[in-house]
Each structure stands twice: as C-alpha cells, then as structure tokens.
Ligand binder design. Structure first.
Ligand code: MEV
Length: 429
C-alpha cells in the first residue's frame, strides 16, 4: 500500500478551502503535480477523438462532478478518496463519518480468494454422467491449453486459469443443462474480456470431446470466489449502538429496506468505481446477486453493538481493475488512481468496501437520530436555488432564506425556493 503517512493536517478544514487551495493540498500530499492541477482546473478530458475510441456514435462527454472524500484511514493508511458523483451529500457524509471512525475506532479490510468466474452453457446435455466425467478427466488439459493459447501473459504475471467445475441444472422440461465454470486469476485486470476469451476458446474442445453442444459463453458477475471484506469497529454510546443494530436488523430481515440500505452502501462504492474507470454495472450486479444468493435478498452489511463497541461487516464481490478497460486510457480515471495511491486491484476493492461500509454507517447514524432530511437538504439547498432560477448573485441570498425556512418548517421543496426567489426579487420589480 501507499506511504504510511498521517494526512490529518491536509484533511483538516478541506471542505472550507477554495478550489485552488484544495488542489494545492493534494499536491502537498504528493498525489498530483502542476500538470494535473491544470488538467482538472480546465474541466478535465475534452478530447473528442478519445471518446470516439471508447464508444460508437460519440457526441461528447457527460461530466460528473469529481471530488475527494477526506479522513479515510483504511488499514492504517490515510487516503484521499476520489469520487465521481452527482448526489450532493455523499462526499460530505463519507468524509464526516470517516473522521468520526478515525477518532473513535478503525477500518480493516481484506480480500478472500483471487479468481473470477466464466460460464460455458450447454443448454441440453444428452448424457450428463458421461459429459461430467469427460470434463472431469480432461480439465487439467483444458486449463493448460487455455493458459498456453489465450492468457500466457497473465500466467507470466502469476495469474491464469486455475480450475474448472461442472454444474448441473434441471430444466423446466426435465432435461439437464450443463454449466462449465472456469475459474481464472486476472491479476490486476477486472478480467471480463480475458475470461470471455478463455470460455469462447474452450467451446470447440468441449464440443469435440463430449459431443454435446455449447450454447453460450460469458463471465459471471456473481463472483463468490473473490470476496472483499470491510470491518469497522467504533466506540459509541449504548443508545446509538442499539439503534444502529436495530436498523441493521431491519435491512437483514426486510428486502424492501435492504434495497435502500444497499443503495446507501453503493453511494460510497459507485463513485469510486466510476472515477477509476471501472465497470459499475458489473459491481452493482455482483453485489446485489451476492446478497440474494440464498434466495432471500438481504443487507450487504451487518452491525452489532456490545459493551460500548459497534462493529460492522461487509462481505461482497467488488471486482475492480487497475489495468485494462479504460482505467489507464481515460485521463481522469488515470488521475483518480494516482490520487487514490493504490498499488493493486485488491487494494482498490478494499477501499471500495471500506468507503461503502462507512457510507452505510453515516446513513444509519443520521436515520436513527436526526433523520436524513436535515443534512441532506442543507446541502441540497444550493441545487434548489439553482433549480428555482436564481442568478449567481441571488444564490447566496436565496440559500440563507431557504436555510431559515428549513429550520422553521423542517422541510423544503422547489416551490418554496421559487416562492422565496419571487419575494427576493419583488422590491426590484
Ligand atoms: C440515500 O441516497 C441513501 C439512503 O437512503 C441510504 C439508507 O437509507 O440507508 C439514506
């Protein structure tokens, strides 16, 4: 992992700094250089040719705000965490909760397993017993062939195809479907293209050996063979600890609540996945499938309170790459990886798990105490002011007025903002 230096002096007061000072703090942390500062200040990537290389029919870029969450101390290492996200309260809540944890507890992470999964489907297998035993007897040969022909450079880096497993599914018509699972260590890549190539390569040898027909090949996003864990311990009073445990039980027992709880966790994870050029749809699909794998969709996190200590766990596949895809091609994701200062794709997954669980803790703390509106709407007031049509000079005046309304009425809407703006403008009309 990165240099183990304490970044407290650079974290403190970060949100109160103006734009240039924020960039200077990142430079002082040794995370960016003058060229990066100029790139960011100029609005990031604009090169249309690059977008044409990424996608078909490109007409431009969709720019999301990019920020950094502060105060994250993960496995003893201080990090600024780059997050690309439009939701106003996410980075503020992540930073505030990370600071609270740093001062009263700790965040530890780990990754269990190293292999991603590819699937080869044989929709109708005539003689399943024969099919299974042929694959079992020849799997070392298939593994050796795929490593030699398709992913030799992965093998050279210490990865490659490790094992093959046959699964049997009973179809609605009573026949058997055969699924061949291919397990591969993708090293620093997320590995989607590599595992898909391995599976497609194995299609013909499997057909020739078994006489059965392969119907499709694709990776699985339910990667239960590579699971990232985050664990938070924090000293809290019994009242808060018990409230958060109750909130956790709610999400563990009720899929309606679990969906929202997990969305809150993904509030912390998706912005990092996006900022680093990774596939957020794959991460989302994998995480949701993982917590539904028993047939009951449940919470990604679990919080328990005992003897002054609140402890939270998150276990989930969070498959990320630091090479491959657009991670190193998109200038902003390259820069985000530099700011995050991670050395491996596992480190990146661990940061995601840590931020996701932290975000969850922040949400549960707010939900079980002051409610979500107070913090959320305070930050959302600026959006409402802009939405109401306030000009740059009117925004601070309208914001102040809306803050007063929020304190008085405990809620605020766009029509309040429109009405308040009308009142501000009234004397001049
Ligand atoms: C809002 O973006 C996220 C929350 O709904 C998460 C939660 O309910 O735990 C606040």
């Amino acid at each position: 992992m990165s240099d183990e230096k304490n970044l407290d002096s650079l974290f403190n007061g970060f949100s109160k700094l103006d734009y240039q000072d924020r960039l200077e703090r990142l430079r002082d942390a040794g995370l960016i250089v003058e060229d990066d500062m100029a790139f960011l200040a100029d609005g990031g990537v604009k090169d249309i040719v690059l977008s044409e290389n990424f996608i078909e029919n490109a007409i431009g870029y969709f720019q999301l705000p990019l920020g950094v969450a502060t105060h994250f101390r993960i496995d003893g290492v201080d990090r600024f965490v780059p997050m690309a996200v439009e939701e106003t309260s996410i980075i503020a809540a992540a930073s505030k909760t990370a600071k609270w944890i740093k001062e009263n507890g700790e965040i530890k992470t780990s990754v269990m397993g190293s292999e991603i999964i590819g699937q080869i489907q044989l929709a109708r297998v005539g003689d399943f017993t024969k099919f299974e035993s042929l694959i079992e007897r020849n799997k070392s040969h298939f593994i050796e062939m795929a490593n030699r022909e398709v992913v030799p450079s992965l093998v050279a880096r210490g990865g490659g195809v490790r094992s093959i497993q046959v699964r049997k599914l009973v179809r609605p018509d009573g026949l058997f479907m055969g699924i061949v699972h291919v397990y591969m260590d993708p090293c620093e890549a997320m590995g989607a293209n590599l595992i898909n190539q391995v599976c497609e390569f194995l299609k013909n040898p499997i057909q020739e050996l078994t006489g059965e027909k392969v119907t499709m090949c694709i990776l699985s996003n339910l990667v239960d063979s590579k699971v990232t864990n985050a664990h938070i311990k924090i000293k809290v009073d019994a009242e808060l600890g018990e409230k958060i445990e109750e909130a956790s039980l709610f999400a563990e027992l009720d899929p309606y609540r679990a969906a929202t709880n997990n969305k809150g966790i993904l509030n912390g994870i998706d912005p990092i996945v996006i900022a680093t050029g990774n596939d957020w749809r794959a991460v989302e699909a994998g995480m949701h499938a993982y917590v539904a794998r028993t047939g009951h969709y449940t919470s990604l996190s679990r919080w328990r309170y005992q003897g002054g200590l609140l402890q939270g766990q998150l276990n989930s596949p969070i498959i990320m790459g630091t090479v491959g895809g657009v991670t190193r091609l998109h200038p902003t994701s390259k820069l985000a990886l530099k700011i995050l200062n991670v050395e491996s794709s596992n480190d990146l997954s661990r940061v995601c798990a840590a931020v996701g669980l932290t975000q969850n803790l922040g949400a549960l703390r707010a939900l079980t105490t002051v409610g979500i509106i107070e913090g959320h709407m305070k930050l959302h007031i600026k959006n409402l002011s802009m939405g109401a049509g306030a000009t740059d000079s009117e925004i601070p005046i309208l914001q102040k007025k809306l803050e007063q309304i929020l304190v008085m009425r405990k809620r605020i809407t766009l029509s309040n903002a429109v009405e308040a703006l009308r009142e501000i403008r009234a004397p001049q009309q």
